[in-house]
Design a protein around this ligand. Structure first.
Ligand SMILES: [Zn+2]
Length: 732
């Protein structure tokens, strides 16, 4: 008898449980095993591929009086590269916020006046004491966030080396944003202990050593395994990356019941927390074991309360500060939904748990999504930070180098998964004012998550950004500035337009293939491109070249629509923009029935129910800038519209429709994002007074496309004579 799927999964869980108790602190045996289906050697993306292996054994403790985490780290490093290695580099990320850092220089040159806290002003971020191999102290060279370590003898290809070191990481009141942070929660201290330990740099097949300074954008680490013990004062509630192997000791059932979110759901939002575990001067040690990860993160707060659901054997955990419990009532259930949808659309979630934490943040780490806010406003943030576990966590891209491969892909699926779970309109808290309620317009998820920001960047701000750019080289900007936000929005728009080019079914299969081919390895942009091209068998280099390597934009227009004999029409299209794309369009006849057409721009034709027309090959300003479709409609044409699905990221939609649509609405002065899909006109009655005319009544009308194109402003006034001041015509 073959075991059913159910009994099979129980066997696997028991087996994993066994391994963890047997091999605590030697997780690398499981990670590097021939039976680990996720280990790169057992499933190389292509023959000849290699990557390094790491195993961290970290024992650390948090002192919440001094705000210092002190620890020891034993790192075993396997050199699978073809090179002999005579030195290594470590990232000390939290040195980026120090007074004399590269990042503070960037802030100063962006006119920030920085006031550093007590540790940062002494350049204390992460400080490594001694570092040894086999008891021998090694020479090091520190340059802000990068520590170079010289080995006593080279580690040959195929060999391993074990480093031992002690370190201290300092939490401070930051002058510069740091995602490793502490803050006050109702008189308690909250710590997000992330990017906190000396993490070895990656040497890979593209870079050799990656020695980028940390500039508060993205990170990059090698895959392997972690055993981490973190000691906190006894009153903290905590969780982190991996299996909490002493759960019964630190969260016994009696305590876990008291901490359950269900006990606090009826408390008014933001009311002070209760004390569940009085602080008694003792400590608790939280022990974690993780494999197939490239980082370890931890969060703790005495006010954390816990919600939990299960999704196909994965523990879905919500950590919420007690005062916010009412706003997080659905968090664990929402985690389960996101895992289900992402696993269906992208690929399986391979980790044993997913935590969302109420942590005044929006940051991703393996198995731990640091979030904030409350329902329903927090949904897109929760989805975003969890979805990172596919593109930051399970695909270990070099995000420091090319942030779009993580942030942009994640942003695309933020909108996509949101729609799958909650529908096409974004859920928002109901505004209190009736007036605001009346004039706030519902927002399409795809506009809110993708298109509004893309058009804001490209059309309104006129930013010209090439995606294939280093994450720290966006015009000297900090955080989202200098065009960096296009890493999110232009990439998400690119993927939506790839979906438009391929059709949804083939797009899904191509993305799933990319994830399957590269999971737990380190893909670069060229790997993504070839993965999609080889899988689909379609030349998409024209597409990726335009979107990743240039600042080109799309603008198609409908030209003349001529009626020939009977009801045969000639419809002319113009390529006004610098980017070429295939065209979906619809013809509406006089009876309001729609006929769908498709003009391919290469030999590839996507599967579609629309009528495929002859291909339109052409690019640039001079090669076939126009195209004429000859169609026998059989009756009179009322309208012609390009891409009624609103996926084509066309920078001027006013010419995508033959009989222009525009919105005339009352100018309520309530902010709504500009509608990229059509021309907008606003009308508002106005009253004005001057001494000569008295009170004037008027009508003010304005109109524009995306606030920037075809702008007009008009005022019509009627003087009432009321309140007219005396005007002496002889005065001068
Ligand atoms: Zn993100």
């Amino acid at each position: 008898m073959r075991p059913s799927r159910f009994t099979f999964s129980i066997v696997i869980i028991l087996f994993l449980g066994n391994c963890i108790s047997l091999f605590s602190q030697t997780e690398y045996i499981d990670y590097r095993s021939a039976t680990n289906p996720l280990y790169w050697k057992n499933r190389k993306p292509f023959a000849g591929y290699w990557q390094q292996d790491v195993h961290y054994n970290i024992k650390a403790s948090l002192n919440d009086s001094s705000d210092i985490v002190s620890g020891t780290e034993e790192l075993t490093y396997w050199n699978n590269s073809p090179y002999d290695i005579s030195h290594v580099y470590f990232h000390l990320y939290s040195n980026a916020q120090n007074k004399n850092s590269y990042l503070s220089d960037l802030y100063k040159n962006n006119d920030y006046n920085l006031k550093f806290g007590k540790y940062r002003s002494q350049n204390l971020g992460t400080v490594v004491g001694t570092i040894t191999v086999n008891g021998q102290v090694l020479n090091t060279e520190l340059d802000n966030t990068i520590l170079k370590v010289y080995l006593p003898k080279p580690v040959k290809s195929g060999e391993s080396v074990t480093f031992n070191m002690d370190f201290k990481t300092y939490f401070d009141k930051e002058a510069i944003r740091n995602r490793m942070k502490m803050f006050n929660t109702f008189g308690n201290k909250h710590y997000n202990i992330i990017h906190w330990y000396p993490r070895i740099s990656v040497i890979d097949r593209k870079f050799a050593w990656n020695t980028d300074q940390h500039m508060d954008h993205e990170l990059y680490g090698g895959f392997g395994s972690y055993y981490v013990e973190m000691t906190t004062p006894n009153n903290y509630v905590a969780d982190g990356t991996g299996v909490l192997i002493n759960e019964q000791e630190v969260l016994p059932d009696s305590l876990r019941k008291k901490l359950d979110i269900s006990n606090f759901l009826s408390k008014p939002y933001n009311s002070p927390p209760s004390i569940i575990t009085p602080r008694d001067g003792t400590t608790k040690t939280w022990k974690f074991s993780a494999i197939n990860v490239h980082d370890f993160a931890f969060t703790c707060d005495p006010t954390y309360r816990i919600g939990e659901k299960n999704s196909n054997g994965v523990r879905c955990i919500a950590l919420v500060q007690e005062p916010h419990a009412a706003g997080w009532y659905n968090a664990a259930a929402y985690v389960a939904k996101v895992l289900e949808v992402n696993s269906y659309n992208i690929g399986p979630y391979y980790y044993p748990k997913m935590i969302v934490a109420d942590a005044e943040e929006g940051t991703e780490t393996p198995m731990l999504a640091l979030c904030g806010g409350f329902d329903p406003g927090y949904r897109s943030l929760l989805i975003h930070e969890m979805t990172h576990n596919w593109f930051m966590g399970m695909l270990g891209t070099n995000e420091t180098y090319r942030a779009f491969m993580d942030e942009g892909f994640t942003q695309f699926y933020t909108g996509d998964t949101y729609q799958f779970i909650d529908g096409a309109i974004e859920l928002e808290p109901q505004p209190k004012s009736k007036y605001v309620q009346r004039f706030v317009e519902p927002k399409r998820v795809l506009d809110n998550e993708i298109y509004n920001s893309y058009f804001n960047n490209v059309v309104v701000k006129n930013e010209e950004v090439t995606l294939n750019t280093h994450s720290d080289d966006f015009n000297g900007g900090i955080r989202m500035g200098g065009g960096y936000s296009e890493v999110y929005t232009k990439t998400a728009a690119m993927l939506k337009n790839l979906e438009y080019v391929l059709g949804r079914a083939l797009f899904d299969k191509a993305m799933q293939h990319y994830f399957k081919q590269w999971k737990f390895c380190h893909p670069y942009p060229e790997d993504f491109r070839s993965s999609v091209i080889i899988y689909t068998g379609i030349d998409l280099n024209w597409f990726f070249d335009q979107w990743m390597e240039t600042t080109k934009t799309i603008d198609y227009a409908i030209g003349k629509v001529k009626r020939k004999k009977n009801y045969v029409y000639e419809i002319t299209f113009k390529r006004k923009g610098s980017m070429q794309m295939p065209i979906d369009f619809v013809v509406i006849d006089k009876n309001d029935s729609a006929r769908h057409y498709y003009i391919p721009n290469t030999w590839f034709e996507k599967p579609t129910r629309a009528n495929a027309l002859p291909r339109w090959i052409g690019w640039g300003p001079k090669l076939k800038p126009t195209y004429t479709a000859t169609l026998n409609i059989g009756t009179k044409i009322k309208n012609v519209i390009i891409d009624p699905s609103f996926r084509l990221a066309d920078v001027d939609m006013t010419n995508n429709i033959k009989k222009g649509r525009f919105d005339i609405k009352f100018d309520s002065h309530i902010y709504n994002p500009p509608n990229w899909k059509q021309y907008e006109m606003r009308i508002r009655p106005d009253v004005w007074y001057n001494g000569y005319d008295g009170v004037k009544f008027g009508l003010r009308a304005s109109g524009d496309y995306l606030n920037t194109k075809h702008v007009f402003n008009l005022g019509v006034w009627l003087s009432s004579g009321l309140g007219q001041a005396y005007v002496d015509s002889t005065s001068n």
